[in-house]
Write a protein that binds this ligand. Structure first.
Ligand SMILES: *Cc1c(COP(=O)(O)O)cnc(C)c1O
Ligand code: SF4
Length: 423
């Protein structure tokens, strides 16, 4: 494209640069109208806090079935011990057709499932398409053959058993294969074995030594499974060892516990974490329904301990591939002091094909956010390159021409404008 494009973005401004009163009013009406669709629909997409009554009702039902006291319910170890792993137990809490029962029994043999009583309580019993249920309860679609077990080839980027290193200055250490709930879309399904295992201490020491010996590693990401499935003592020890290494600048945790097991965020845990700042925590909310009073409290405890919180959402068909759901989620995450960090395009992991979406859907969501919500609520949309090629950002196209002395762009409303490109 060579020809100059007219400067139209500020079309409503008169040549003197002043606006008339009616032009001003028009302008604000246009702004209001640009989010009218969201304003009309937002109350039908309920956060867990907004649907609390129903969730508390389910909680009561589950507590009764498990004969639980409030103290037990609030104890994460009790939550872990009492995870739902049998189809008969599930059937007492949510409606299952005979076909669904059969599918759960069959799928469960290939891909284990385990749902914390807390996360079970978020399932809306009146909605067969509930986004919580879709993330937690196995279904026959998982037997679809498409996809690969390890499309990211994590196995091929492992200099030391627990480490994945794809970038020059940072790496991840996978400390456990335990999770509060085994997400049906999980990219690390292949590692979620039949039994819950933490990495043995001698392996952890080897991983720490690798970090020690490679002085360019300034950022260590502790993940799993779920990093906060380690017990307090091990987390304390691991952090103290990493903090002995001068070149480790920041330490990050990847954990879904604020979402699936908020009871894990205890006063003791945050007391340990805050000894080792700068510590960052990235969590993983996928649905507004996951924002409950309990998850809010967990995030606030971490934030109060000075830990910046980020959210890594996975874009999932039937859960959050909807521009309004994502806007509601991200705006409500900011309210509980979590900054949306990434939206991950789903990976082609075997057994998860029912969650796949097209790239166009992700781009449309990104397009719908810019301008219409706080920039703080807009994460980066990431496609993971296959075989370890790494995180690759995608953005709708805002740049339509770039030349020697000018560039042509468009704004969030689709208005085209030209800027000088000179120094
Ligand atoms: C995602 C990831 C990281 C962290 O990437 P950031 O973009 O820095 O958040 C580091 N190492 C590996 C192997 C990863 O998969
Ligand atoms: S918490 Fe993370 S690692 Fe665990 S099952 Fe869910 S997505 Fe996978």
């Amino acid at each position: 494209m060579k020809e100059a494009i007219q400067f139209t973005a500020l079309g409503e401004i008169s040549h003197s640069g002043k606006t008339t009163q009616s032009a001003g009013e028009d302008r604000f009406k246009v702004l209001k109208d640009s989010i009218r669709d969201y304003e009309e629909i937002k109350d039908t997409i309920k956060t867990g806090i907004e649907d609390e009554e129903k969730i508390l009702w389910q909680k009561k039902l589950i507590m009764k079935k498990l004969n639980a006291t409030n103290t037990e319910w609030n104890d994460y170890k009790w939550q872990l011990r009492n995870r739902f792993t049998q189809v008969e137990d599930l059937a007492e809490i949510i409606q299952l057709t005979p076909e669904e029962r059969e599918a759960i029994a069959v799928v469960g043999k290939t891909y284990r499932y385990a749902i914390s009583p807390y996360y079970m309580s978020l399932i809306d019993p009146d909605n067969p398409d509930c986004p919580i249920r879709r993330q937690a309860v196995p279904c026959s679609a998982e037997l679809d053959d498409r996809g690969e077990l390890d499309p990211m080839d994590e196995g091929g980027w492992t200099p030391e058993e627990l480490i994945t290193r794809r970038y020059p200055d940072r790496l991840i250490i996978k400390v456990t294969n335990l999770c509060g709930m085994f997400c049906r879309f999980c990219q690390r399904r292949r590692l979620i074995g039949e039994h819950d295992t933490h990495a043995p201490k001698n392996r952890l020491i080897k991983a720490i030594n690798y970090v020690k010996e490679n002085k360019e590693i300034r950022d260590v990401l502790i993940t799993g499974g779920d990093a906060f499935m380690l017990d307090d003592q091990t987390i304390d020890w691991l952090l103290s060892e990493l903090r002995k290494i001068d070149h480790v600048e920041i330490i990050r945790f990847g954990t879904r516990t604020p979402v699936t097991l908020p009871q894990r965020i205890t006063r003791d845990l945050v007391k340990i974490l805050k000894k080792y700042h700068p510590i960052y925590v990235n969590t993983h909310f996928n649905s507004p329904r996951e924002i409950t009073r309990d998850s809010k409290k967990a995030c606030e405890m971490l934030a109060d301990a000075g830990i910046p919180l980020g959210n890594q959402m996975v874009l999932l068909n039937g859960v959050n591939n909807d521009k309004y759901v994502v806007r509601k989620l991200n705006q409500n995450l900011l309210r509980i002091r979590v900054k949306p960090y990434y939206i991950f395009h789903p990976k082609t992991v075997k057994g998860t094909s029912h969650f796949w979406v097209r790239i166009e859907e992700g781009l449309e969501i990104m397009e719908s956010l810019r301008g219409r919500t706080s920039g703080m609520a807009i994460p980066t949309y990431i496609v993971n390159g296959p075989k370890g090629l790494g995180k690759t950002p995608l953005l709708p196209n805002y740049l339509s021409y770039i030349g020697k002395d000018k560039a042509v762009l468009r704004n969030w409303q689709g208005k085209t404008f030209e800027i000088e490109n000179i120094v």
